[in-house]
Design a binder for this molecule. Structure first.
Ligand SMILES: *Cc1c(COP(=O)(O)O)cnc(C)c1O
Length: 397
């Protein structure tokens, strides 16, 4: 079998055509295509402002800045995420407060958030806690009702990391307008892609205006407008320290095509997940995802299986399975090595060894297998066959 990559974008001649059009137009950076992509994306998820930037990491950073998170503040988030989530907290010189996850959804567990808040209270540090970043892990929405309730109770802002969650719904409503700010990723492996890219969404005019200025060098369009007259059209003002986080029209042109087929691609991933459930559910020691939502509200960005080597008929564990997949030419991922285990975060903060028991356990067992709309049926069958054979074969030795 030819190598089956862990992830692969679903592109056709339409994306190629769209790029060519932009190249021939002569306008490559953020311009008319970006404006149109923002409009269409915002309409799709029903949010007032959708602001395109060059990555979700940039969006997370700008979001925290515009929410007023600053040096010394605390921001609570999951340890079970990609480092970008916590990096953004460090960019504003705030400190991440990591919390353990729900073993079923692998998302933040509201009870554990409460427990952590009580600990901060006891330490008289609760006043430093300013925000929560829920991560919609693998495309499964976090329990937003409970998280919003906690945010209200303790006066915290919510910035959602929705890098995996387009299109994901929570109780019938698209992820993107629940928290104060929601950040999407269009990185190459994500559910829709523009190569690199991100979108910051908010219903707040005030946040949107701050982000608009900060994403491009702190240049204020308003003051620019004030100065515009026939002979001074060149004049602009820098009102803040800003960043070079703007998007490009080439990316936007690709994004517009991807947006149109986002639900079709999601449905294809849902079908693959069904195929995996149908063919894996009878294997002892193979733990499958346990969605608490309906299948059609899940973006199915990741399909994370867990292998309990003590219970599999063959005695194969996760690390042995990795070797088998490599030999079989099947790409895989590990989502995630928890952030509290990373050198950078361990060096700055001290963690108690038993603080993140669920994350530790799942990290040792987890394996993400390919799930994307360009994954052919024959490839799915080959993946299923390879994993079944490895787990069900007679004990080695
Ligand atoms: C990919 C990812 C990001 C960062 O997205 P970029 O667009 O690559 O910056 C943030 N959070 C999570 C959970 C991710 O998986």
């Amino acid at each position: 079998m030819k190598y089956i990559p862990f992830s692969k974008p679903d592109f056709s001649h339409l994306e190629e055509q769209a790029c060519l059009e932009v190249i021939r137009s002569g306008w490559l950076t953020a311009g008319p295509k970006t404006a149109l992509f923002e409009k269409k994306f915002g309409e799709y998820i029903d949010v007032k402002h959708a602001l395109a930037v060059n990555s979700a990491t940039s969006a997370l950073h700008l979001g925290l800045k515009s929410l007023g998170i600053k040096s010394g503040d605390y921001v609570l988030t999951t340890t079970y995420t990609f480092t970008a989530t916590a990096d953004a907290i460090r960019y504003v010189d705030a400190n991440p407060i990591f919390v353990d996850i729900d073993p079923k959804t692998l998302c933040l567990d509201p009870e554990k958030i409460e427990d952590k808040i009580q600990i901060l209270k006891k330490r008289r540090e609760l006043n430093k806690l300013k925000a929560i970043i829920p991560v919609h892990f693998g495309g499964h929405s976090c329990p937003m009702d409970e998280i919003c309730e906690i945010a209200r109770k303790y006066n915290l802002k919510i910035e959602e990391d929705a890098a995996h969650a387009f299109p994901t719904k929570y109780k019938g409503r698209f992820i993107g307008s629940i928290g104060d700010v929601t950040c999407f990723s269009f990185y190459s492996t994500k559910p829709i892609t523009t190569g690199e890219g991100g979108m910051l969404c908010t219903d707040s005019d005030e946040i949107a205006e701050k982000v608009r200025i900060t994403r491009l060098h702190g240049i204020s369009k308003d003051s620019w407008k004030r100065f515009i007259n026939f002979d001074r059209g060149w004049e602009y003002d820098v009102v803040n320290l800003g960043y070079k986080y703007n998007f490009t029209d080439i990316g936007a042109a690709i994004g517009l095509i991807q947006l149109k087929k986002a639900e079709k691609m999601r449905k294809a991933r849902e079908k693959i997940s069904q195929n995996y459930f149908n063919n894996f559910s009878d294997i002892p020691g193979l733990i499958l995802p346990y969605p608490a939502c309906s299948f059609k509200e899940h973006s199915w960005h990741l399909f994370v299986i867990q292998i309990d080597g003590k219970r599999t008929p063959s005695g194969i564990n996760r690390n042995q399975m990795i070797r088998i997949l490599k030999k079989a030419n099947i790409g895989f991922g590990i989502h995630y090595k928890p952030l509290h285990k990373m050198t950078y975060y361990r060096q700055i903060y001290s963690f108690k060894s038993d603080e993140f028991q669920v994350a530790e356990k799942i990290f040792n067992r987890c394996l993400s297998i390919p799930i994307y709309s360009a994954l052919r049926e024959s490839e799915q069958s080959y993946i299923i066959e390879t994993i079944r054979k490895a787990l069900l074969s007679d004990k080695k030795n």
